[in-house]
Design a protein around this ligand. Sequence first.
Ligand SMILES: NC(=O)c1ccc[n+]([C@@H]2O[C@H](COP(=O)([O-])OP(=O)(O)OC[C@H]3O[C@@H](n4cnc5c(N)ncnc54)[C@H](OP(=O)(O)O)[C@@H]3O)[C@@H](O)[C@H]2O)c1
Length: 235
Amino acid sequence: MTQEADRPILITGGTGGLGHTVVRQLLANYTCVVLYRSPEAWARLRQSCGDTARLHGVEADLTDEAAVRRAVEQARAEVGLLYGLVHLAGGFLAGGSVEDTPTDTWNQLLSLNLTNAFVTMRAVLPQLRERGAGRIVAVGSSAGTTKPAGIAGYVVAKASLNVLTDVLAMELKDTGITANVVLPSSLATPEMLKELSADKLVPLERVAATIAFLLSDAAASITGASIPITVPGSA
Ligand SMILES: NC(=O)c1ccc[n+]([C@@H]2O[C@H](COP(=O)([O-])OP(=O)(O)OC[C@H]3O[C@@H](n4cnc5c(N)ncnc54)[C@H](OP(=O)(O)O)[C@@H]3O)[C@@H](O)[C@H]2O)c1
C-alpha cells in the first residue's frame, strides 16, 4: 500500500462540476470518501470514476450538522482515520448588490459558502488531531479577493471563507495539520462552458493539481495560504 492510500480524504462537493475532475484525480493516490446529498448525483460520479475500490460515499446534507457528524464517523468506520478534507461544496445561487440582495438570499449564500465549510471542518478536525497530521483544503473564489460589485452575498461569503481558513491555520499552528484555500477564477465546468469559451476559463485539472499538491508532503510547510488560480496567460 502506498503512503497516500493510508491517508483517506473526505471530499464535499465531489458530485459538482469541479468535483468529478478533483475526485478522479485524487483517486490516483488516495482513498476518497465523497460526502454527497443526492443518490442520483453520487451514482453519476461513481460511473464517471469507473470501477475502483478506493471510492467511498456517505450521504449527508451539509446544512444538517448532526448528519455531517454521523457521516464523518461513518467515513472513519469504512476507511479509517481521516487524513484530509477537501471542501469543494459551494456555489453562486444569485447576484445582487447589498441594496438588492434579499436577506433570505444573503443567508442562503452564507450557508452554502461559509457555514457548510465551518460545520464540515469542525466535524473532521478531531480525526486529524487524533492522527497528529492532516490537510484541510477549501475552494473559495477569486471573487473573495477581487470583490466585484453586484454579487455581494457571494463575495462576502467567499471572502469570509478565506478568513475562516486563515484563522484555522493559526489555531492549528504546530499541530502538523495545514489549512489552505484555493481561489479559482471562472472554471471550465460543463455549466460555465455553455456561457464562455474554454480559453476564458480555468481548466479543472489545474485546480485538481493544486489541491493534490496541497495534500502532499511537499506542501507540509504551507498553511494559511489563499492561492489564486487564474486562466492560463491572464495573470
Ligand atoms: N464554477 C465556477 O466558475 C467557480 C469559480 C470559482 C469558484 N467556484 C467554487 O468552486 C466550488 C465548486 O463549484 P462547482 O462549479 O463545481 O459547483 P456545483 O457544480 O454547483 O457543485 C456544487 C457541489 O456542492 C454540493 N452541495 C451544495 N450544497 C450542498 C449541501 N447542502 N450538502 C451537500 N452538498 C452540497 C453539490 O451537491 P449536488 O450535486 O447534490 O448539487 C455539488 O456537489 C464552489 O465552492 C464554487 O463556489 C466555482
